[in-house]
Structure formats: C-alpha cells, structure tokens
Design a protein around this ligand. Structure first.
Ligand SMILES: Cc1cc2nc3c(=O)[nH]c(=O)nc-3n(C[C@H](O)[C@H](O)[C@H](O)COP(=O)(O)O)c2cc1C
Length: 192
C-alpha cells in the first residue's frame, strides 16, 4: 500500500529585515492560512552576510549553509520583496546570489518558486518582480506561471502584523495553489 504523501514543505523568504515589515507580515499570514495544504517555514535573512566569493565552498558562513540547506530541503519557495528603486531589495538579491552557487547546480535549480511583491505605492512593487524573475531564471529555478501577486497600498492592508485584505489574501492563496500544483506535478514526474 502506498504511503500518504506528507504535506509539501514551503520555505518563505522576505526581502525586508524591517521589524514591522509588510512583506514579512504577508508571508506570516499566508503561512497561517495554509491549513493542512502545506507547511511554511520563514528563514530570516538577517544573519546572511554580504556575498564574498572568497568565502565559497568549505569557507561558507554557517548562515549561508543553513539557508542553502533550507532551500534544498523544501519542496517550494515563496519569495516576497518590497520594491527598492525599481528592483528587489539588496537583502534578497544578496541571499539569492549566495544561494545561486554552484552555477547551474545550486539548491534553486528546478525548485518551484512563487514570487510576490508589496508596496505602499499603487504599483505594488511590480518592478521588483521583473528583477526577481530575471535573477531566478539565471539560477534555473521554476518560477510558477500565475497572475502576478502584487499587493498595492499595502500599508492599508496590514493590521497588527497580519494581512487583513480579503481580496489580496484570496489572490495570493490562489497563486499558492498554483505553486502546490507545480510541486505535485514535479513529484509525480520524478516518481514515474
Ligand atoms: C531605499 C528605498 C527605496 C524604495 N524604493 C521604492 C520603489 O522604487 N518603489 C516602491 O513602490 N516603493 C519603494 N520604497 C518604499 C517601500 O516599498 C516601502 O518602504 C515598503 O513598505 C518596504 O517594505 P517592508 O514594509 O516589507 O519593509 C522604497 C523604500 C526604501 C527604503
């Protein structure tokens, strides 16, 4: 008899280190709303130092090893970033650069990834998504094809550290369903 498959494990990365970050609040809320569909662990990027190629391989900082292990061990990644000067934040780009090694054989290779952005502006950080998509493509990640999760006027949609806007929650939840379908499809093709 085949064993029931355990719930997919998702990893959440927020491009903001701010204590009251809207992006991190969104991740937290989405994680709490997963029910038994999946689990979400958020990896805090605060401990990841600036990228230095002298510290590759055995010399990699412990936090970088932990980040790469977390990406390897999860079934899919939820990435959310604010837009900083029309791109993703340096914090997230720095983490992705560490995680992108070795080139074309990194923990991100073939990993299903859902990207999201949020901003107080009416543009919702959408330009950061173009940047994230480009960087993840270089890393051979499987960016989920879904309507872009862009959360505009985010300052009006967060209350007490949680996303409270129903339309945004529904929209993001549907995109997570697409991520979970991508993960399930990959698991089936790998088992075949
Ligand atoms: C250095 C910097 C650059 C920013 N550039 C943009 C931008 O290009 N577009 C935008 O919509 N918001 C921009 N913002 C505003 C951020 O979207 C806003 O501060 C957001 O709340 C940060 O995300 P967080 O709440 O998750 O920390 C910028 C903020 C900072 C600090």
């Amino acid at each position: 008899m085949s064993q029931p498959r355990s719930a997919p494990r998702l990893l959440g990365l927020s491009g903001s280190l701010r204590r009251a970050s809207y992006c991190t609040a969104i991740l937290r809320t989405l994680g709490e709303g997963l029910g038994n569909r999946a689990t979400l662990d958020i990896f805090d990027l605060k401990s990841v130092p600036l990228y230095n190629q002298d510290e590759e391989g055995e010399l990699q900082p412990e936090s970088v090893k932990a980040l790469k292990r977390a990406i390897t061990d999860c079934d899919g990644v939820l990435l959310i970033s604010p837009e900083f000067n029309h791109g993703m934040t340096g914090v997230l780009k720095n983490a992705l650069d560490w995680a992108s090694r070795p080139t074309y054989a990194s923990p991100f290779k073939c990993k299903p990834v859902l990207i999201m952005s949020a901003s107080p502006a009416f543009t919702g950080g959408v330009r950061a998504q173009a940047h994230m998509f480009e960087t993840l493509s270089a890393m051979l990640a499987r960016v989920v094809v879904t309507p872009q999760v862009v959360i505009a006027s985010v300052h009006d949609k967060i209350d007490d550290g949680r996303l409270v806007d129903d339309a945004s929650l529904r929209f993001a939840s549907e995109a997570i369903d697409d991520l979970l379908r991508e993960i399930a499809g990959l698991q089936i093709s790998r088992a075949a």
